[in-house]
Design a protein around this ligand. Structure first.
Ligand code: PLP
Length: 382
């Protein structure tokens, strides 16, 4: 991996992951993993308590909500949330505009919950009024599940409006906030939700291996015995923490320690508003620069969250995605294939420990890769 300039690895930073996670982490977050912790160690118990409390605070949930961390990737946390909060005889409406919404519906089916799926086209945000009409029409629906930022495309869903409608209808909201939490604002005092699932390795910029669910404590307390799974039972996991501060099963000790460091770095950056500012700047440099090179974004700017950007695959006869991907990887940048089934796209993430200067370096790499193959997307097909 060298481009002759010695920058392919970005010094000691390694390749930059412009992906939806795992993503680029700081050196200090990686360094926080070098020591061992016993799971019954007082220091580790205190660390767990402090991370839980900080996460609850980030969601504006102190006094009403509690955070239950869980071993595994983000999907484990989403599955635990759905299984714990939707009772065995309950019915859940999944409003979906991407693959992660569909995944929630698939989970509900697997665990035997009655699930209804209302899909909107993937380039359109979810419609709070349509959800309200659906709830009027179907009194059996007790829970609504939505994705905050649909990472499939990078679209931002109107979480505040949806939460208000669900609350007006006396139903409960479950949120997959995976790719938004830590950057896009969510305040439990204003946005009523029973549970919000996220993970260490997206906007919090920790390493992968740990998810968590921020739960309204009264709802969690009522959820005893709901979960169809032993290890994914958030109620029991919570009871374990409350009883002795310990994890029920082997904790991902190094991952938690690095998350504690990542949360400190989030605070140093000015919390979620500061982080969102940086992501916005990176996203603006990326989208402007790619447009200038002739790439077309999939989403309208008004609905694009500054998290991950989907681009149409260029129609240029010499453009081949595998060559493009490989050329960028050789220059130290990892991008991501698209997740749309009906359209050829690719994605570039704005989250992680990268900034606007890194995005400028990425654009220079894109330019170099295209130039090497004699491709100019601005002049179209000749
Ligand atoms: C990343 C992500 C997940 C979880 O994915 P894992 O691969 O299980 O970590 C869930 N929902 C959304 C919206 C995501 O972006």
């Amino acid at each position: 991996m060298t481009d002759g300039g010695g920058t392919a690895n970005h010094g000691s930073r390694g390749p930059l992951l412009l992906t939806p996670g795992p993503l680029t982490t700081s050196a200090t977050v990686k360094q926080a993993m070098v020591r061992d912790w016993g799971s019954r160690d007082d220091g580790f118990i205190a660390l767990t308590r402090s991370v839980r409390d900080t996460l609850t605070g980030l969601a504006g949930g102190r006094g009403t909500h509690t955070t239950v961390p869980l071993q595994g990737s983000g999907t484990f946390a989403v599955e635990a949330m759905l299984g714990t909060f939707v009772p065995p005889n309950g019915a859940v409406l999944v409003a979906a505009n991407g693959q992660y919404g569909r995944r929630m519906a698939e989970i509900c089916g697997r665990i035997g919950r009655t699930v209804m799926v209302d899909e909107v086209p993937f380039h359109r945000p979810l419609d709070a009024d349509a959800i309200g009409r659906r709830l009027d029409a179907d009194p059996a629906i007790g829970h609504v599940a939505v994705v905050h930022c649909e990472t499939t495309t990078g679209i931002l869903n109107p979480l505040e409006d949806i939460a208000a409608v669900v609350a007006q209808h006396g139903r409960r909201l479950l949120v997959d906030g995976m790719s938004a939490f830590g950057a896009l604002p969510v305040d439990a005092a204003v946005v009523p939700f029973d549970a919000l699932a996220a993970s260490a390795n997206k906007c919090l910029q920790g390493v992968p291996g740990l998810g968590f669910v921020i739960c309204r404590e009264a709802a969690l307390s009522d959820a005893a015995g709901n979960a169809p799974s032993l290890s994914l039972d958030l109620h029991d996991q919570w009871r374990g923490f409350e009883a002795n501060g310990q994890w029920r099963f082997t904790p991902p000790t190094q991952v938690l320690a690095s998350l504690a460091q990542a949360l400190q770095e989030l605070a140093n950056e000015g919390g979620p508003p500061g982080r969102l500012d940086r992501y916005r700047q990176s996203c603006a440099v990326l989208t402007d620069g790619m447009a200038a090179l002739g790439f077309r974004p999939y989403l309208a700017p008004a609905v694009q969250a500054p998290i991950i950007v989907t681009f149409h695959m260029p129609g240029h006869p010499r453009f081949e995605f595998d060559r493009f991907y490989g050329g960028l990887k050789d220059r130290g940048f990892v991008i991501y294939p698209g997740k749309l089934t009906n359209e050829a796209t690719f994605r570039v993430g704005c989250i992680g420990d990268v900034n606007a200067d890194d995005m400028r370096a990425f654009l220079a790499a894109v330019t170099a890769v295209l130039t090497a193959d004699g491709i100019d997307l601005r002049v179209g097909v000749r």
